[in-house]
Design a protein around this ligand. Structure first.
Ligand code: SF4
Length: 301
């Protein structure tokens, strides 16, 4: 049977139900069931990470693609993805890996092109990162899907990557509880955190989550590591000048040198519209954000 015992779990006193304490969903999972993320399973009253070591994609990417603009610019980073997500964003650009884990319970996720999924131990993944150094690799990034839901695998791998003298990078939606975040941060050199919008309504309607935990994550992470923030701009949903101004002003209140990436969405997954924001409108939003922040970038243009 796949997987390792999960951390961050609490068993019910009078049944086999288990509460997962990893992310703010705090799922209560019945025996034989999975949490919302689709990668944590209750087996007879014990929670397991069923996708530990399963890699859905592995590529050497420019670090700017994470996006990170002000952390080791010009380098490449070995980038690994897994399966599943604790959000259900209807505009997800990586839905084929983020939303498929829940349909693959009890076995290996459906293989994609190119022989995926790979099964890689933390040692094998760290070795792959080391072997990519001659090609400009600076470290290992967990990205593509939401890596926090498989935190145990990321943590075990990062410990070995650090021993190689390489950098550790997380690209995350920031939807994680404080304790596991605090446990992970000492192992993280840089993060890109999505701030998908600056309204709780957007998070509830579009993502199946809430805004406050993400804000809390950004605050905490900014104290401990290099962070950059990404907002995927979707016309009519999170693209008002007022909302971007509020978001940028709030971020500047933490530190005005936190880079903000305003990225242009393209219709995907369950959203066939709206059309991507016109580039001149995105540039105008970037100018608005620059009234508060020192480093604002536009992406996907
Ligand atoms: S990590 Fe998964 S199982 Fe745990 S609370 Fe979040 S969605 Fe639920």
């Amino acid at each position: 049977m796949n997987g390792v015992r999960a951390d961050y779990q609490k068993r019910s006193a009078d049944s086999n139900d288990v509460r997962c304490l990893l992310c703010p969903h705090n799922c209560v999972i019945a025996d034989g069931g999975y949490g919302k993320c689709g990668v944590r399973e209750n087996r007879s009253g014990v929670l397991y990470c069923t996708h530990y070591g399963l890699v859905s994609a592995l590529a050497l990417d420019p670090i700017e693609k994470k996006p990170l603009a002000r952390f080791k610019p010009g380098s490449a980073v070995l980038s690994a993805g897994g399966y599943g997500c604790n959000f259900t964003c209807s505009f997800c650009q990586n839905w084929h890996i983020s939303q498929t884990a829940r349909h693959a319970h009890g076995g290996t996720p459906e293989s994609g092109a190119g022989g995926y999924p790979l099964t890689m131990s933390p040692a094998q993944l760290a070795e792959a990162a080391r072997n990519a150094v001659p090609r400009g690799n600076c470290g290992l990034a967990f990205t593509y899907n939401e890596p926090m839901i498989n935190l145990e695998y990321m943590r075990d791998t990062f410990r070995l990557v650090r021993r190689e003298g390489l950098s550790t990078i997380v690209v995350s939606n920031g939807y994680i509880n404080p304790k596991p975040l605090d446990d992970l941060l000492p192992l993280v050199d840089a993060m890109n955190i999505d701030l998908k919008a600056f309204t709780d309504d957007f998070y509830r309607r579009m993502c199946g989550g809430t805004l406050d935990p993400v804000i809390r994550t950004i605050r905490r992470a900014a104290e401990k590591t290099h962070i950059e923030v990404t907002t995927l701009v979707i016309p009519g949903l999170n693209s008002s000048t007022d909302e971007i101004a509020d978001l940028a002003a709030w971020l500047a209140g933490i530190r005005p040198d936190i880079p903000l990436h305003l990225s242009r969405h393209h219709p995907d997954y369950r959203m066939s519209e709206p059309a991507p924001i016109p580039v001149d409108e995105l540039l105008a939003l970037a100018d608005t954000a620059r009234k508060y922040l020192e480093y604002v970038y536009v992406g996907n243009v």
